[in-house]
Design a protein around this ligand. Structure first.
Ligand SMILES: Cc1cc2nc3c(=O)[nH]c(=O)nc-3n(C[C@H](O)[C@H](O)[C@H](O)COP(=O)(O)OP(=O)(O)OC[C@H]3O[C@@H](n4cnc5c(N)ncnc54)[C@H](O)[C@@H]3O)c2cc1C
Length: 475
């Protein structure tokens, strides 16, 4: 055993999980957490893995929900966060919700008691010294400013964002292509394009006016006092545009110019909503220019007014938040290591995932990768068919950078969702093709069964018959 510790900066969800994974591999860890010496705008305690807002880890359904599947995979990988969540569960239907204080206290106690883990209560105010040859930065969406500036100096000014401006993302197979059509504006081919790169949803004048009114009337979330109002060109929320004048969106992201409705070429649309491919698999499309502060339920209601999106299933809804995160697909390698400084890894929300569970899962992976490297064993990346691998793929490569907006940064944080997984054929029942909801449910079950089997194999666990695997994971 080596006495040279792996350093982790940030004892939130990701840092705590990474520390546990590394120590479980027999390697010493030094965990640097700045609270209570210095606080953040959202944390209230000095506990490790504090939940800053809701007490929910979302759905625990491992068969039909992507975050439930991630829970199951984390349990298989001996996750500290999941063990402490399970031990501090409070009733919440099919969701996994926890007693937030009990949960954070349990994580803190486990890490404090581990003989290989030392916890330093101090702010790391710059890039780690070279003497710390293996480091994980897991300082989260509210990374302290000095460290954030140092990361920015290392990675480049455009590589670290301080706000996310998120437009909704839709599952492709829920878009009605009898109303929408593929076409790039003016059929422009562009580098790597085909002239048919966008999905276009047409509106007539009445539909457009009703839609703009709904945007204006829709319920909005407010910025927290400390967040300020980070509107700048290029990320104005769609409802703010609507408030500036009924015709404004039509001269911005909803402009109809250069587009001909393939289903009705004689009639010019009054406005068009465009969606652009978001992942290499082609399963997800983002709504171009539709970053928004509308409440989530309002987004679903209002965006389903768009012709072609009446039955849209949203992989992610829009938002605008204070959030420190890297342009990871460009900066990090497949094992979350900074390409420009090997030995320095990132984990948690700062890598461009979103949510307690996702942040913890990326902490778990970063911890395992760092431990493997220290032990001189090959770094094994989880297959993309698993929830671990699908999420890692989004962060380190799956996202598509738009060709027609060169230089514009388009990577945005993401929750785990089924659109990130390689598609499967829906199984047939008695030789018949399934339709509608049955087809969606069958596809999800096929994805989750495949994921659990592949995750077990990746972890070196014995294979189980498919049905039992899923049942066990859902327990
Ligand atoms: C206001 C807010 C509300 C949120 N609500 C939810 C929610 O309800 N549900 C959900 O799923 N997700 C939510 N998130 C998103 C996110 O999943 C959580 O923020 C999650 O805690 C991220 O985990 P993390 O480990 O990456 O970062 P954190 O859990 O924030 O941990 C980072 C740690 O690093 C420490 N730190 C920062 N800088 C330094 C430094 N320089 N030196 C030493 N230590 C440092 C911090 O004190 C903190 O303990 C929210 C985020 C914010 C900002």
């Amino acid at each position: 055993m080596t006495s040279n510790p792996i350093h982790i900066i940030g004892g939130g969800l990701a840092g705590s999980e990474a520390a546990w994974q590394i120590a479980s591999a027999g390697i010493p860890v030094k965990l640097h957490e700045m609270r209570p010496v210095r606080g953040t705008e959202a944390h209230k305690t000095d506990g490790l893995a504090e939940l800053v807002c809701s007490n929910s880890f979302r759905s625990d359904d491992a068969q039909a929900n992507a975050v439930g599947l991630l829970h199951a995979e984390m349990r298989l990988a001996d996750s500290l966060i999941m063990a402490c969540a399970d031990a501090n569960q409070v009733p919440a239907g099919s969701a996994l919700a926890v007693d937030r204080e009990g949960f954070s206290q349990a994580v803190t106690a486990k890490l404090e008691a581990h003989p290989l883990i030392t916890i330093e209560r101090e702010e790391v105010a710059g890039l780690p010294p070279e003497a710390w040859n293996q480091v994980i930065i897991a300082t989260g969406p509210l990374t302290a400013p000095n460290l954030a500036s140092a990361i920015q100096a290392q990675t480049g000014a455009d590589a670290l964002a301080f706000f996310d401006a998120i437009a909704p993302i839709v599952h492709f197979d829920t878009i009605d292509m009898n109303k929408a059509w593929f076409q790039s504006r003016y059929d422009k081919v562009g580098p790597g394009g085909t002239g048919k790169d966008y999905i276009n949803c047409p509106m007539d004048k009445d539909q457009y006016y009703a839609f703009v009114q709904a945007l204006i009337d829709g319920g909005k979330t407010e910025f927290k006092e400390w967040e300020g109002t980070p509107y700048f060109d290029g990320c104005l929320p769609i409802e703010v545009m609507a408030e500036r004048g009924v015709e404004t969106p039509r001269h911005g992201p909803m402009k109809p110019m250069g587009l001909t409705n393939a289903h009705n070429p004689q009639t010019k649309a009054y406005a068009v909503v465009q969606l652009r491919q978001d992942n290499a698999l082609g399963t997800l499309y983002n709504m171009v220019g539709f970053q928004t502060k509308l409440k989530h339920a309002e987004q679903v209601r209002i965006f389903r007014m768009i012709p072609g999106l009446e039955n849209a299933d949203f992989a992610r809804l829009g938002g605008l938040h204070r959030n420190t995160y890297l342009n990871s697909p460009t900066l990090l390698d497949h094992s979350l290591q900074l390409k420009s400084r090997p030995g320095l890894r990132f984990a948690g929300q700062i890598t461009g995932c979103e949510g307690y569970v996702e942040s913890s899962a990326i902490g778990l992976l970063a911890g395992r990768f760092a431990a493997a490297e220290r032990n001189g064993t090959p770094v094994s990346v989880p297959p993309y068919t698993t929830a671990f691998g699908a999420l890692l793929g989004h962060i380190t490569g799956g996202h598509i950078v738009s060709d027609d907006e060169p230089g514009k940064r388009s990577f945005q944080p993401m929750n785990v969702n089924f659109g990130l997984f390689p598609p499967v054929e829906a199984p047939k029942t008695a030789g018949k093709r399934l339709r509608g909801k049955d087809k969606i449910v069958a596809k999800r079950h096929a994805i989750t069964s495949r994921a659990i089997a592949d995750c077990r194999e990746w972890l070196g666990l014995p294979a189980l018959p498919v049905v039992e695997e899923v049942a066990e994971a859902a327990e």
